[in-house]
Ligand binder design. Structure first.
Ligand code: CO
Length: 157
């Protein structure tokens, strides 16, 4: 287990497209464990492998409602509704913006055993699915934000 360095938004690696995982090797399992530790150490609710410099389609998410989730090769298969809420990113520290996201999102992915899983999230989890999957295609929330929050708005919480 290790805490990995999280790339910041000026790093060009964050703009690259991640590749699918063909085999869930011991190395991939170690990466998942390290991503979990890294996300928790940074108090984040999601982390994509590209953020620790590994261009693989792997995401970890942890919210109070969902608990800890690992997604390998995730795809959005359904979405509905709409929400406009504040979003941040461990690669964009101290900045928050309002994004326009679906309220409900269903993803298909593999778990660490290579089994296909289907998960549906709403509210924060739906945003997290969209946000983390965007990372796999080199997209940051700052690209999509309707507007960024001012310092005063962030301080007011
Ligand atoms: Co992010």
């Amino acid at each position: 287990m290790a805490i990995l360095n999280i790339l910041k938004d000026t790093d060009p690696t964050l703009r690259k497209t991640s590749r699918e995982v063909a085999d869930i090797t011991p190395r991939i399992l170690t990466l998942l464990d390290d991503m979990k530790d890294t996300m928790r150490a940074a108090n984040g609710c999601g982390l994509a492998a590209v953020q620790v410099g590994v261009l693989r389609r792997i995401v970890v998410i942890e919210t109070e409602e969902s608990g800890y989730i690992e997604l390998i090769n995730p795809k959005i298969v359904a979405y509905s509704g709409r929400q406009q809420e504040a979003e941040g990113c461990l690669s964009v520290p101290g900045r928050w913006g309002i994004t326009d996201r679906p309220m409900h999102v269903t993803v298909k992915a593999l778990n660490r055993k290579g089994e296909e899983i289907t998960l549906t999230g709403k509210d924060l989890l739906a945003r997290a699915f969209c946000h983390e999957l965007d990372h796999l295609d080199g997209v940051l929330f700052t690209d999509k934000a309707i507007r960024m929050l001012s310092r005063d708005e962030i301080e007011e919480g």
